[in-house]
Design a protein around this ligand. Structure first.
Ligand code: FAD
Ligand code: DHB
Length: 390
């Protein structure tokens, strides 16, 4: 079988890429080893940069985002018993939008199917070959048990951090930067209206906490926990007690409600370069991951595939040099976001076994970003996002 671009992974990167390629008149087949229901229900990110919203709007994918997304003009930073507001709208003229990754994935899958896109869920044995040739091959076994071989012009590895694409690149051609953090996030979704109008990033001696939201009826929270902790050790009342202690502020009340889901996510910074090997192009978490503080992961995936769609449009028309610029075009933004996520993470999380010097340095930095307009603008500029890439 033949297609122009074989895409592996039905996360935001792979799905958006297949849509952008269709808009450029390029045919693709997307394969995913999980079920559609699983992909649509996987709880992950929720915050979109200004540029991400504009890209989705330009791509004709923002009907529901524009009606259901919650636009936010700033955040709160809470530390040392005080809550400070940073006004992004005033500092940068830009905003961010809360709209869950689950909803983006649902919107993308619905649109791909409506447009007659080739999506194959529940495949197994995904493999790639011939990456150094002009006709790489993507092979897989369909949900019905048929083995398929797709001859492509290019393959897009959008298969996340644990996918098969990055490991097929010879290790001696890759430069890998990897940092694991000594903490993890316990994330919950709760059926209770948010107790705040904007997100609260909270520094606390017991550990970081974040109050975010999904809809006017549904809240989301994250708690810093040890990376080796098990979710079974966190019954609902223990989670609420920790949130109440960490987020407490005189005169403010945190409302509680039924917890709909909970999970623990480890935190790491990881960048693998280059993001291309012959006719294999990596995008999103397949090439890089950031700790979630600052919400860059999903936004980076969207930025990568925007560049990749344009690169592939030139490649399939015979411009073989187009591929050469892909990796560098993405990596500048990837490293800026990697630095920002590391910086936010380091400023806000308690260091296990850390001494009081670490805490006082964090508090000094938090006071600086909440009192200096220059420092606040720098945070706001990074948080709301970087200019769109073409
Ligand atoms: P993914 O969404 O990981 O998609 C990759 C897809 O490839 C998956 O559907 C996978 O099943 C599929 N796949 C893998 N291997 C194969 C194979 N061999 N064959 C076929 N298909 C395959 N970011 C934030 O900004 N804020 C957050 O709060 C946040 N929370 C997160 C929580 C968790 C548990 C995780 C894992 C990530 C979180 N992120 C968060 C990061 C953000 O969700 C990711 O950056 C984003 O999902 C990246 O999209 P992607 O399409 O590159 O990868
Ligand atoms: C969300 C996640 C983040 O990591 C973040 O910094 C802000 C918001 C969220 O899931 O809503």
């Amino acid at each position: 079988m033949r297609t122009q671009v074989g895409i592996i992974g039905a996360g935001p990167a792979g799905l958006l890429l297949s849509h952008l390629l269709t808009q450029r008149g390029i045919e693709s087949v997307l394969v995913e080893n999980r079920s559609r229901a699983y992909c649509e229900a996987r709880q992950r990110a929720g915050l979109l940069e200004d540029g991400t919203v504009k890209l989705l709007r330009e791509a004709g994918l923002a009907q529901r985002l524009d009606t259901e997304g919650l636009e936010h003009g700033g955040i709160y930073l809470q530390f040392a018993g005080e809550r400070h507001h940073l006004d992004f709208r005033e500092l940068t003229g830009r905003t961010v939008t809360i709209y869950a990754q689950t909803e983006i994935v649902k919107d993308l899958i619905a649109r791909r199917l409506a447009d007659g896109g080739a999506l194959e869920f529940e495949v197994s044995g995904t493999a790639v070959a011939g990456l150094g040739t002009a006709r790489p091959v993507l092979s897989y076994t369909t949900a019905g048990g048929d083995r398929r071989e797709l001859v492509c012009d290019a393959i897009a590895g959008c298969d996340g951090f644990h996918g098969i694409c990055r490991p097929t690149i010879p290790a001696d051609l890759l430069t890998v930067r990897d940092r694991a953090y000594p903490y993890a996030w316990l994330g919950i979704t709760a059926e209770v209206p948010p107790s705040t109008d904007e997100l609260i990033y909270n520094h606390h001696r017991e550990g970081f906490a974040l109050h975010t939201m999904r809809t006017p009826q549904v809240s989301r929270f994250y708690l810093q926990v040890r990376p080796d902790e098990r979710i079974g050790d966190w019954p609902d009342d223990r989670i609420w007690a920790a949130l109440q202690r960490r987020l407490a502020l005189p005169g403010w009340e945190l409302k509680e409600g039924p917890i709909l889901d909970k999970a623990i996510t480890p935190m790491r910074s990881f960048v693998s370069a280059p993001m291309r090997y012959g006719r294999l192009f990596l995008a999103g978490d397949a090439a890089h991951i950031v700790p979630p503080t600052g919400a860059k992961g999903l936004n980076l995936a969207v930025a990568d595939v925007t560049v990749l769609a344009n690169t592939l449009a030139r490649l399939v028309q015979g411009d073989t040099q187009a591929a050469d610029g892909y990796s560098d075009a993405c990596l500048d933004r990837v490293w800026r976001a990697t630095h920002f996520s590391w910086w936010m993470t380091s400023m806000l999380h308690t260091i296990p076994g850390g001494d009081p010097m670490d805490t006082d340095l964090q508090l000094a930095q938090l006071r600086y970003v909440t009192t200096s307009r220059a420092a606040a603008t720098s945070l706001a500029e990074n948080y709301t996002g970087y200019p769109p890439l073409r």
